[in-house]
Design a protein around this ligand. Structure first.
Ligand code: 2P0
Length: 345
C-alpha cells in the first residue's frame, strides 16, 4: 500500500483573559480578544497521526482508540475542507506535486490526559489536527495562518499553535481573515512562571462551552459591559505585565478575569455554574495566601478545575498548602511551563 503520513503533537493552553462568546458561530469569530499561556507539551498534549492513501475508501477518525463519525462533525469537516483546498492550489500550480487533495484519509488522535477532565482537550486536539494536516499536505503557511483554520475547529485551538504567551486577536472582518493567534512572548521569555493543575473533578462538564457561551451572548448584559469596557484595556495591561514579567500585576489581572468570566456565567439566564465548593475553597485559600502580597494566581475555565500560576520559588509551598486542605488524594506527575504538578482535590 502506498501512503503518505504525518504525526505531530500539540500542547494545551490556559487562558488568562478568557474567550467567551461568538459573533459568528460557523466561522467561530469571538466577541472579544483573549490571551493564554501554552503549557509545556512534555506532559499534557494531543498526538495525531494522519495517513492518506489511494487504497482508503472513506475518511475515518479514531479518538483515543474509538472510531467516531467525521460527517456529523461540521467543524472537523471544515478543517479538512480548508486544508484540502489549500493543497489543491499547490497541485494546480505544480504538476509534479503528489495529488493528495483527492485522497481519503485516516486520522488517529489521542490525548495523554483524561479528555473528560475539562483540561482544554479541544484546544490541543484541533491545533494538532490542523498542524498535522499542514505537514501531510506540505502547506506553506505560518502558525498564525494555520491558527485561522484551527479556530474553525474550536476557538481556543487557535492559541495552541504557538508556545509561550499567545493572543487571539478577535479581528473585525466578516470573513474571519483577521481573527488569528499571534505570539506575545516566546516560551523562553518567563521560565520562572509555573502552572499547577488542580483536578477538582474529572467528570464531564454539565454545560458545554459552545452551548454555554451562546446562551451568555443572548442573555447577559454583563457580557456586553465586559466586551466593550473591560477586555480591550485588560488585553493591553496583560501584555505589558507579561513583557515586564510583573507577576503581581499578571496575577491580579488573571484572577480578575477568571472572576468576571464566572460572573458572566452567573449573569446568563438560566445561570451557568462551572465552579463548585472545592473551587471556591481554592479561591479563598489563594486569596488568604496573597494577603501580604500577591504570590499566586488562580484561574478556572468551563469546569471546577483550578490552574494556579506562580513563580517557581512559591510552588512547593502552594503545593503543600493545597495538599494540607485536600489530603488523601493522588498527586500526579509534574506538568507545565517548566514543571507543574497536578493535585487531585
Ligand atoms: C478560553 N474557554 O479562553 C475559554 C475560557 C473556556 C473558558 O475557550 O465553541 O472549547 O469550540 O470555540 O474553544 C472554551 O471554548 O469553544 C474556552 P468553541 P472552546 O480558553
Amino acid at each position: 500500500m502506498t501512503f503518505f503520513e504525518a504525526t505531530c503533537t500539540a500542547p494545551v493552553n490556559i487562558a488568562v483573559v478568557k474567550y467567551w462568546g461568538k459573533r459568528d458561530t460557523s466561522l467561530i469569530l469571538p466577541t472579544n480578544s483573549s490571551l493564554s499561556v501554552t503549557l509545556s507539551q512534555d506532559q499534557l498534549h494531543s498526538k495525531t497521526t494522519i495517513r492518506a492513501s489511494a487504497d482508503f475508501t472513506s475518511d475515518r477518525l479514531w479518538l483515543n482508540g474509538i472510531e467516531e463519525s467525521i460527517e456529523k462533525n461540521k467543524r472537523l469537516v471544515a478543517c479538512l475542507r480548508e486544508t484540502r483546498a489549500l493543497r489543491a492550489q499547490i497541485e494546480a500550480k505544480d504538476e509534479s506535486a503528489p495529488k493528495l487533495s483527492g485522497l481519503k484519509i485516516h486520522i488517529c488522535s489521542e490525548n495523554n490526559f483524561p479528555t473528560a477532565a475539562g483540561l482544554a482537550s479541544s484546544a490541543s486536539g484541533y491545533a494538532c489536527l490542523v498542524y498535522t494536516l499542514s505537514k501531510l499536505f506540505e502547506l506553506p503557511l505560518n502558525a498564525s495562518d494555520l491558527s485561522i483554520v484551527a479556530r474553525q475547529g474550536s476557538g481556543s485551538a487557535c492559541r495552541s499553535l504557538f508556545g509561550g504567551f499567545v493572543a487571539w486577536e478577535m479581528g473585525e472582518k466578516e470573513d474571519g481573515s483577521d481573527s488569528r493567534a499571534v505570539q506575545v512572548a516566546p516560551e523562553t521569555h518567563w521560565p520562572d512562571l509555573q502552572a499547577l493543575i488542580c483536578v477538582v473533578s474529572d467528570e464531564k462538564k454539565g454545560t458545554s462551552s459552545t452551548e454555554g457561551m451562546q446562551l451568555t451572548v443572548k442573555t447577559s448584559a454583563l457580557l456586553q459591559h465586559r466586551i466593550k469596557n473591560v477586555v480591550p484595556k485588560r488585553m493591553e495591561e496583560m501584555i505589558a505585565a507579561i513583557h515586564n514579567k510583573d507577576f503581581p500585576r499578571f496575577a491580579e489581572l488573571t484572577m480578575q478575569d477568571s472572576n468576571q468570566f464566572h460572573a458572566v456565567c452567573l449573569d446568563t439566564y438560566p445561570p451557568i455554574f462551572y465552579m463548585n465548593d472545592i473551587s471556591r475553597a481554592i479561591i479563598r485559600i489563594i486569596s488568604e495566601y496573597n494577603k501580604d502580597g500577591i504570590k499566586a494566581a488562580y484561574t478556572f475555565d468551563a469546569g471546577p478545575n483550578a490552574v494556579i500560576y506562580a513563580p517557581q520559588q512559591n510552588m512547593r509551598e502552594i503545593y503543600a498548602i493545597l495538599s494540607h486542605y485536600f489530603p488523601g488524594h493522588a498527586f500526579e506527575d509534574s506538568l507545565g511551563l517548566k514543571k507543574n504538578d497536578t493535585v487531585h482535590a
